[in-house]
Design a protein around this ligand. Structure first.
Ligand code: M6R
Length: 610
């Protein structure tokens, strides 16, 4: 949500900032802008719409400089428009600032500043920050004015400031929204996320909440909001530019779907052996303690929540551990019972989702222990957690989560099997079978991808429908929720809902009309017969049944309008394999409907505000 890029160095600032902003497009935005110091003063250019609008305006009337800050805005306060786009300036035009987050006390700050004669141009909450800094800078040097202003803000922010009076540096700060520093050779960047800096450097410094970074060509000086120096070593990220590019695929989503075998292998590497599962020392020690726990709460949002639901089936059935799964946005406000004996597992691709982060903080305040299943190293949630099971899926750029989801499920398989073993809940034969089963998963996913032509054909056949149901049972009930989420998020013309198939008769079936497409998950499970009965109930009402079934299941053809075959696997692993046709089906329906697949309207990759 919103992308921030600040740059100081020898390269032309406009092309550098635009290039870095383009690598943050996946975060979702509706307008873009840039402020450049040109040697005399600060010039600002903003445009509503996509970055290409801003880029073509800058081509017609170029701006030049070596210091600047750019932004892609996802509207929260004030409509998406040129006026509300960032950067925002103070009354004098000496300062320019971009912001990600929400300033909750902006109304009271604004009325105070209006009373002091400040002139506001936009409807945003952000503009108060720059006027507040201006106000303090009347009495204080800029770094102190910046610090003082930040202390008055309530809410969440990542900000980046440039000043015409101080063109040898830029200032960044964060509280609840991500901000990193990219340390290059003779150049330094500030950005919301790692892909923005990868083309210039892989040395990254992650800022913590309540920290300020003063950036110059030499590097960064980090202090707390109280002014205390912070010593932190940069991290060398192992992602490269290529992994954050499309590599000839039409969309990032398609590329990431096809990367799943490799991503899953990465999740397993160094952990899954022929006879055992091993983790790093810290995680192993944490899991030993966790195996004695009597209660686990899994938290997540969206797709990560669906992974958590699958985890509930796995952990309860195989590790015999009681699990509650909560949407992080509900957990944080529902007065959950937490204590030192509770363990929370936070699942998150980005490690920056505001609700999940708040849930983690709440759990820790109550003495609970936290394990994060996370993809982004050094992210806020990874740093807050007591232990982290990194998924190592590589950067996920498309808004729709695909490889992050299947690698989260893979991490949950590892967790379940390790805990099951520690708790003595898995008989030796099942242990051996599941270990071998898990070794086979990347290959099964590779084979599932081979069905793409058939899936594409089915997708085209139903692409003009405007309502879909997705139904599944047990481990594949969450798969139904995830399949429906995938379709509605990337194809906003379509309404799709996922249900537990057994719930159909309790309401949703009333809507079935002739031709209404229903996607069934009917791979091998103890409730296979029951799913077949549910298929028949839909057929009796002339709904169109698209059935995901195991290879070799010929009998299912009698019941289906279209069959999508997936490699046979144990039910325990089936949500991973079944995710592939669900993702490809959504992708090809969206493509047939000419949707903006990687950046669907109104959505952001990383939801860093509430
Ligand atoms: O980064 P996170 O895993 O914490 O993100 C959680 C959700 O915002 C995310 O999974 C969202 O639902 C996806 N866009 C769905 O594809």
């Amino acid at each position: 949500m919103c992308g921030i890029v600040g740059y100081i160095g020898k390269a032309p600032v406009v092309s550098t900032v635009l290039d870095s902003l383009s690598r943050l497009e996946y975060r979702g935005y509706d307008s873009a802008g840039i402020a450049v110091f040109n040697g005399r003063g600060i010039q600002v250019r903003k445009r509503a719409g996509k970055l290409k609008e801003l880029a073509s305006s800058l081509k017609r009337q170029p701006l030049e400089g070596r210091l600047g800050v750019g932004h892609t805005r996802w509207a929260t306060h004030g409509e998406p428009s040129e006026l509300n786009a960032h950067p925002h300036r103070d009354c004098t035009g000496e300062l320019a600032l971009v912001h990600n987050g929400i300033i909750e006390n902006y109304a009271e700050l604004k009325s105070e500043l209006l009373g002091r004669g400040h002139r506001f141009r936009s409807q945003t909450d952000t503009e108060v920050i720059v006027h507040l800094i201006e106000e303090h800078a009347k009495q204080l040097p800029l770094p102190e004015a910046f610090r003082r202003a930040l202390k008055e803000l309530r809410g969440s922010y990542a900000v980046c400031l440039i000043a015409a009076s101080d063109p040898s540096r830029l200032y960044g700060a964060r509280c609840g929204s991500p901000l990193i520093v990219g340390l290059g050779r003779g150049e330094t960047l500030l950005a919301s996320d790692v892909p923005a800096v990868l083309s210039r450097t892989r040395r990254v410094l992650y800022l913590n909440d309540q920290e300020i970074a003063e950036i110059s060509v030499e590097g960064a000086r980090v202090t707390t909001l109280e002014g205390k120096p912070v010593v932190r070593k940069p991290v060398v990220v192992d992602w490269d530019v290529a992994s954050a590019q499309k590599d000839g695929h039409a969309h990032f989503m398609l590329k990431e779907i096809h990367e799943q075998p490799a991503a899953i292998e990465q999740t397993l590497t160094g952990r899954l052996g022929h006879a055992q599962i091993t983790f790093d020392r810290r995680t192993s020690a944490f899991l030993k303690e966790l195996s004695r726990t009597e209660r686990l709460i899994i938290l997540g949002c969206g797709t990560a929540y669906h992974a958590g639901l699958v985890g509930e089936y796995m952990l309860e059935e195989v590790a015999r551990l009681p699990v509650d799964v909560d949407l992080a946005s509900e957990f944080r406000y529902r007065g959950a019972m937490l204590d030192r004996d509770t363990t929370v597992v936070a699942i998150t691709q980005s490690g920056e989702t505001a609700d999940t982060l708040a849930g983690v903080k709440l759990a820790k305040e109550h003495g609970a222990k936290v394990l994060a299943i996370c993809n982004v190293m050094g992210s806020s949630i990874a740093r807050q957690a007591d232990a982290v099971l990194y998924t190592h899926a590589g950067p996920e750029i498309a808004v729709a989560s695909t490889k992050a989801y299947t690698s989260q499920l893979t991490a949950l398989c590892l967790l379940t099997l390790a805990l099951g073993k520690l708790r003595g809940a898995i008989p030796a034969a099942q242990w051996r079978r599941h270990l071998a089963g898990l070794q086979a998963v990347p290959g099964l996913v590779r084979n599932a991808l081979r069905a793409e032509p058939a899936i594409k054909q089915a997708a085209r056949r139903y692409a003009s429908a405007r309502n879909f149901y997705y139904l599944g049972r047990r481990y594949n009930y969450p798969s139904a929720l995830e399949g429906a989420l995938k379709l509605k998020e990337i194809c906003p013309l379509i309404h799709a809902e996922g249900y537990a198939a057994g719930e159909m008769k309790h309401g949703p079936i009333s809507l079935i009309r002739p031709g209404w497409p229903v996607v069934f998950l009917a791979t091998g499970s103890p409730v296979y017969e029951k799913i077949v009965s549910n298929i028949e109930e839909v057929r009796a009402r002339k709904g169109a049944c698209i059935v995901i079934a195991s290879e070799g299941d010929r009998a299912i053809r009698r019941h289906a309008d279209a069959v999508i075959s997936v490699p046979k696997t144990e039910e325990f692993f089936s949500p991973i394999v079944n995710a592939v046709p669900l993702q490809l089906f959504a992708y090809h329906v969206a493509r047939a409907n000419k949707c903006d697949i990687d950046q669907p309207p109104n959505l952001a990759k990383s939801v860093t505000v509430e």
